[in-house]
Design a protein around this ligand. Structure first.
Ligand SMILES: CCCCCCCCCCCC(=O)SCCNC(=O)CCNC(=O)[C@H](O)C(C)(C)COP(=O)(O)OP(=O)(O)OC[C@H]1O[C@@H](n2cnc3c(N)ncnc32)[C@H](O)[C@@H]1OP(=O)(O)O
Length: 190
């Protein structure tokens, strides 16, 4: 479904991302924290009647949008995309902070799975799933600045698709790289 059909929902997810960022970085007085909680609870009450099944939900389905209207992973902004390689940008915001200015170690596989997994299933290829993801943490991945992300197919062996990717800091140094194996699903495989 094209994002143009659901501009308000797309805006809602952007607001959710902004809320995640702001809440994570805030140290509010108790009365402000209570008011914010009440507002969040009101949002839950407002949206609960519209819960749908997985096949009908909007979140995660908007492939043309950075982040696919899903606030789970940091939004990946695609610059160049081909059948065998992709490059783009990402910012790990405050929500993804691990400590001392570094992105949480678990947030990097999240980003790599998104980028490599998306590429693994492009170019007319059949759907595949992550079998493994090997991440090397070379230096801290900083929270805040825009980082470059590149990924490409390394090789394909039957149903097995091996992809590799890197994240680079603003100085161009690799902060993390990854290799992923994606196995093409057999017909009927969930
Ligand atoms: C709008 C939408 C946007 C879409 C944009 C979406 C972007 C996000 C994409 C995210 C993708 C995901 O996270 S998917 C979710 C996370 N992944 C999962 O939940 C997968 C769970 N695991 C499985 O379902 C299964 O184990 C499979 C499908 C991976 C493989 O099982 P299978 O189909 O029975 O295949 P199997 O015979 O075991 O293995 C086939 C071959 O692969 C090898 N192989 C299998 N697993 C491994 C392994 N871990 N390490 C080494 N090798 C392995 C086997 O040795 C064999 O080699 P040989 O003997 O043939 O040589």
């Amino acid at each position: 479904m094209p994002p143009a059909e659901h501009p308000e929902f797309v805006g809602l997810i952007e607001a959710l991302r902004a809320a995640q960022e702001t809440i994570t970085g805030a140290r509010p007085p108790e009365d402000v924290a209570r008011k914010a909680r009440e507002n969040l609870e009101e949002i839950t009450r407002l949206l609960s009647p519209f819960t749908v099944g997985e096949s009908e939900q909007l979140t995660g389905q908007m492939r043309g949008l950075p982040g696919r209207a899903q606030a789970l992973a940091p939004a990946f902004h695609v610059d160049v995309e081909g059948n065998d390689r992709v490059s783009g940008r990402v910012v790990f915001g405050r929500f993804y902070l691990g400590g001392n200015g570094a992105a949480h170690g678990g947030s990097l596989p999240l980003l790599f799975d998104e980028v490599l997994g998306r590429l693994a299933n492009t170019g007319g290829r059949s759907p595949s799933r992550t079998a493994y993801l090997h991440v090397n943490y070379r230096k801290i991945t900083p929270v805040g600045p825009e980082l470059r992300v590149e990924a490409h197919f390394d090789r394909e062996e039957g149903r097995k698709r091996y992809l590799v990717g890197t994240i680079r800091d603003p100085e161009g140094e690799i902060t993390a790289d990854a290799e992923g194996l994606f196995v093409a699903l057999r017909p009927g495989q969930p």
